[in-house]
Design a protein around this ligand. Structure first.
Ligand code: AMP
Length: 300
């Protein structure tokens, strides 16, 4: 049991002892909380668009209007004190411990059925990079779930994070045949050379394919190499340090960020930067273009 910080009722697991029916549980608890109105979720309408050869999906989810956004300069982002739903999370939302230092939670404002949060038990700022234990916990889930999942991490306010306590998000990998395109990082082929020139992607991106025999050390090494590329990109343009991470079993992608987009009326997280754009209103559609992706990140 956890002795200080973190909900005491959540037993610590080793990564090897995640419940075998965890994925099924997430769905049934999600459905129950939606029916009670505790999770804010409505099926969204989607359409695929293309600008200058770059394809992306609009996912209209007006209920996201209710999602709170912690201001960039709020003390919660530095100290974790104040309005922080992840410090003592609602026990109804807690699905499982994931190793000694993380908890798996249901997201309260969901675009997909369900959206999951992987939070640190103790406060760490969302502007900190992922460390070995974070990657290990995410990887344990990506390899544990029966259906393919993706993990995103929005590092910093400009990367689109709405909460300041360190957390990753996970959900089932999108149905690429329904969308009519594959997420662009899937096109990267090299496990050793960073790919940053995928055709038609308007913004700077850094991708490594992960070898089939990836282990913790290789995962950490891939992250560190990609992060180095992000830092060099920021340094070249006098910006930084925000960035997005998208991780699946086959690849890892990091994207440097300059703007979160709320200043222009269309916020963007890691999902948006790989082409899964969540909208609160139809009016936002006019903002999205290849040029807008360059504004959110850096032009290639
Ligand atoms: P991000 O926007 O990437 O910082 O992710 C933070 C997530 O926390 C958002 O997706 C919100 O939907 C979610 N969230 C906000 N408040 C709560 C809460 N009280 N319980 C669970 N999830 C929450």
């Amino acid at each position: 049991m956890e002795s200080n910080g973190g909900p005491p009722e959540v037993r610590t697991t080793t990564l090897a002892t995640l419940p075998s029916d965890l994925e099924e549980q997430t769905l049934s608890i999600f459905d129950t909380l939606v029916s009670k109105g505790e999770i804010i979720y409505e099926p969204s309408t989607t359409d695929t668009v293309e600008d200058q050869g770059f394809k992306f999906e609009f996912c209209l989810a007006p209920h996201l209007r209710r999602k709170p956004i912690t201001p960039s300069d709020a003390p919660e982002r530095k100290t974790g004190q104040g309005s922080n739903p992840f410090l003592n999370p609602d026990p109804n939302f807690v699905l499982s411990a994931v190793g000694p230092s993380h908890l798996l939670l249901l997201n309260k404002y969901c675009v997909y059925r369900p959206c999951l949060l992987l939070i640190t038990r103790h406060f760490a700022p969302q502007s900190d990079s992922l460390d070995r234990s974070d990657l290990k916990a995410a990887w344990a889930l990506l390899t544990h779930f029966k259906h393919k999942h993706m993990m995103i991490f929005n590092c910093g306010y400009e990367a689109g994070s709405s909460q300041g306590h360190k957390h990753m998000q996970l959900w089932r990998y999108p149905d690429e045949s329904a969308m009519g395109f594959e997420l662009f990082p899937s096109k990267a082929t090299s496990t050793s050379e960073i790919t940053g020139d995928i055709a038609n992607v308007p913004h700077q991106h850094f991708v490594l394919r992960l070898p089939a025999d990836v282990n913790e050390a290789k995962l950490v090494e891939a992250y560190s190499e990609l992060h180095q590329a992000v830092q060099e990109c920021h340094a070249m343009h006098g910006g930084g340090p925000a960035y997005n991470v998208v991780l699946v079993k086959e690849w890892m992608c990091l994207i440097p960020r300059r703007h979160c987009g709320l200043d222009k009326g269309a916020g963007a997280n890691a999902a948006a930067m790989v082409g899964l754009v969540w909208l609160i209103s139809n009016a936002e559609k006019q903002i999205w273009s290849a040029e807008y992706f360059k504004y959110l990140g850096y032009s290639r």
